[in-house]
Design a protein around this ligand. Structure first.
Ligand SMILES: Cc1cc2nc3c(=O)[nH]c(=O)nc-3n(C[C@H](O)[C@H](O)[C@H](O)COP(=O)(O)O)c2cc1C
Length: 236
């Protein structure tokens, strides 16, 4: 494959570009006060299922997606694909898909958990002003396959990280994100008419949250609770 002079480490152009980089502005200093605020952001990010219907200011979603695109990706493949779902019929079809999958999930619950499951609110599809279906493009040539030969699923991981970046950026703007996975990926691909080799990663509801909380909704509902981090670390 041809490599342009600017990309070829042995070229003069490459050397010149690298020396110009030495004059870049100094990197920002992330001080203790910033780290404290960042920790607040991590602690106060929530999966949101109850939204106000207020629309988002123009440019908000574009800005959040721009930030999501700063995420790491295997081989710099940037495999994320964001589908902004505005069409009413497609939204209805996604809602129906959620209802069907959630009904199946309810039937699979152990008898002692079914009543609680039925009470959980597991999607904000009715009220969130913005819906984004996020896919991983498993066919992308970008990155020339680096890092994914033995682990093609690293493309999907890259997209999950981008969603998390968007999630945090949204929270920093006072917005909530709800990740909906109680869906049939093949149905989503068909409803949204996207290429077959795009892997469905998640459907996001985005909007202003009805309430803020530092505790996950599933914990508040008594479904599950967070465990101490020590329990997930082992030594070898
Ligand atoms: C991959 C993934 C899929 C999820 N799918 C759903 C879902 O379908 N419905 C739902 O209510 N929450 C869903 N969630 C949100 C989790 O339930 C939530 O992150 C968890 O309970 C912790 O709460 P928190 O995000 O508020 O900290 C999903 C989260 C992730 C990371």
């Amino acid at each position: 494959m041809l490599v342009s002079a600017a990309m070829d480490p042995s070229s003069q152009q490459f050397e010149q570009r690298e020396s110009e980089r030495a004059s870049l502005p100094a990197p920002p200093e992330f001080d203790a006060a910033f780290r404290k605020r960042l920790h607040d952001l991590f602690r106060w990010r929530r999966d949101v299922r109850r939204f106000k219907r207020d629309p988002l200011p123009d440019g908000t979603i574009e800005r959040l997606i721009d930030i999501a695109c700063l995420s790491p990706s295997v081989g710099l493949s940037e495999p994320w694909r964001f589908v902004l779902v505005d069409d009413a019929d497609r939204r209805t079809a996604i809602r129906e898909c959620f209802e069907a999958c959630n009904k199946d999930a309810l039937q699979m619950q152990e008898p002692d958990r079914a009543a609680l499951y039925a009470r959980l609110k597991l999607a904000g599809l009715d009220d969130a002003p913005v819906q984004i279906a996020v896919f991983a493009d498993r066919a992308t040539a970008q990155g020339s396959g680096l890092g994914r030969r033995t682990m093609p699923q690293t493309l999907d991981y890259s997209v999950a990280i981008a969603i998390h970046t968007l999630w945090l950026a949204a929270r920093a703007e006072g917005l909530g994100v709800g990740w909906v996975s109680i869906l049939d990926p093949a149905r989503l691909t068909a409803i949204l008419d996207v290429p077959e080799d795009w892997i469905f990663i998640g459907h996001l509801c985005v909007g202003y949250p009805s309430a803020e909380d530092d505790t996950p909704a599933l914990e508040r509902a008594g479904w599950e609770h967070r465990h101490a981090p020590e329990g997930v670390v082992i030594q070898r």
